[in-house]
Design a protein around this ligand. Structure first.
Ligand code: HAM
Length: 421
């Protein structure tokens, strides 16, 4: 017996119904915000993903050489591919460019609930503007999508990497040490961070102040802490504008400043944000994004870039955990030829109804009326359309409402109208 590869999943029809429902809802919001869809290949040159992150990312990649000896990788995310495409084909397009995507990604992660080796992202890239209103709109889009699909409880945290770097500069922490400390911040492991700072000869008072700033949502406190660091001060002013716009113009009251957001990927530079679904426990991060620089690195003309990606599978898991009611599969009608002589008419009637846009199936097993009715109810059919010798003779059908079992005779010519009620 063959088995599905570790960390991958099959999706059977009832699961696909939920996934497509969710995908369509997400796409509708991207379009409402003026985004156009982009699709890129599933595999790319390996270098596209190692250019920024170096060889260390190889552990996480599915990479291979093809028969022509090219070094390739299955995409672990879509930002680098979209930027590659932008440089090849879209640099001259009017700005800002608003691109959204939906696609599978591959990471050699340790599989667990909410963490897969093949997973899907719904995301977007905004190219050509970094005004506070553009960045606020980007964050609002991510939030609107997750609220729009029906999630009740999500947490939106917003930070800025320039400010974190200013915190490190204030404590005179070297780049090498910073690199070791960032993962603790990324994972909110503040006790380990405390010990590591103390081990690097940072005083108890300085360590405590540093930890407080990483966790406080109070912009005034953060501002007082970084006073004198020009870049951090201007970035904090921008963050204040973004928070204000989110609250007043986008009606998002619960965005929270969290300076201790680092993000795992190496290309971010200023704004960073994350949205979590606390119901998911360990793998609760639904969405991550921010502003970054890849265009220059890939040889394009430098331009502002920002974006985010939503973990589609996690968004679905969160909805299921919140007991969201998804649409269930259903038929408008199930046509039952009672005798072999009625099969031709049954097929014609089914076709006629389908051509009117109704969802119709029919008995293809010649299993008789009782079993067919049972099957029709497992398929959640609204009606059964029964055609026997008597009906054939009169040019009618028997229409059975599957909810209450009430039956009536209906001329074939009137059937569509009867089913559209
Ligand atoms: P990321 O944070 O690496 O960002 O991934 C975005 C989301 O994908 C995560 O928040 C999570 O929900 C989901 N995700 C990541 N790994 C897995 C996995 N193994 N299984 C299931 N879901 C997963 C990016 O990928 C950036 N490209 C986002 C971005 C776009 N930044 C700027 N533009």
């Amino acid at each position: 017996m063959y088995q599905i590869p570790r960390g991958t999943r099959d999706f059977i029809p009832e699961e696909m119904l939920k996934r497509r429902f969710l995908q369509q809802r997400m796409e509708a919001v991207f379009r409402r915000f003026g985004y156009g869809e982009i699709q890129t290949p599933t595999f790319e040159s390996l270098e596209l993903f190692t250019a920024k992150s170096g060889a260390s990312i190889l552990d996480e990649l599915y990479n291979f050489s093809d028969k022509g000896g090219r070094e390739l990788a299955l995409r672990p995310e879509l930002t680098a591919p979209v930027i590659r495409c932008y440089i090849e084909r879209l640099q001259m397009a009017p700005k800002p460019l608003k691109l959204f995507y939906f696609g599978n990604c591959f990471r050699y992660d340790r599989p667990q609930k909410g963490r897969y080796r093949e997973f899907w992202q719904a995301g977007c890239e905004l190219i050509g503007t970094d005004t506070p209103e553009a960045q606020a709109e980007l964050v609002a889009l991510a939030y609107s999508i997750l609220k729009g699909i029906g999630l009740q409880h999500i947490v939106l945290n917003i930070g800025n990497l320039h400010v974190i770097h200013a915190l490190f500069a204030k404590l005179r922490i070297s780049d090498a040490v910073k690199k070791d400390l960032l993962p603790f911040i990324d994972k909110s492991q503040y006790e380990d961070l405390f010990s590591a700072l103390r081990a690097n000869d940072i005083s108890q008072a300085d360590t405590e102040a540093f930890l407080e700033i990483l966790q406080t949502p109070d912009l005034d406190k953060i501002q007082a802490y970084v006073r004198g660091h020009e870049k951090a001060e201007s970035e904090l002013a921008r963050l204040r504008d973004i928070m204000e716009l989110l609250q007043t113009s986008f009606g998002i009251p619960d965005a929270r400043v969290k300076i201790g957001i680092v993000r795992g990927l190496d290309y971010y530079k200023g704004l960073v944000f994350e949205i979590e679904a606390p119901v998911l426990g360990a793998e609760k991060q639904l969405c991550g994004g921010g502003d970054y620089e890849l265009v220059g690195l890939f040889g394009g003309t430098p331009v502002a870039q920002a974006g985010f990606a939503i973990g589609f599978d996690r968004a679905l898991l969160a909805l299921e955990t919140e007991r969201f009611t998804f649409p269930s599969p259903s038929l408008d009608a199930f046509v039952i030829p009672v005798t072999e002589t009625a099969i031709g008419t049954a097929l014609t009637v089914a076709q006629q109804l389908r051509s009117q846009g109704l969802t119709v199936d029919l008995d293809l097993l010649r299993r008789g009326i009782g079993k067919s009715l049972k099957y029709a109810s497992t398929q959640q059919s609204r009606y059964a359309v029964i055609i026997g010798p008597k009906e054939l003779e009169g040019g009618t059908v028997t229409l059975r409402n599957m909810k209450d079992g009430i039956q009536s005779s209906c001329a074939i010519a009137d059937l569509t109208a009867a089913l559209f009620v």
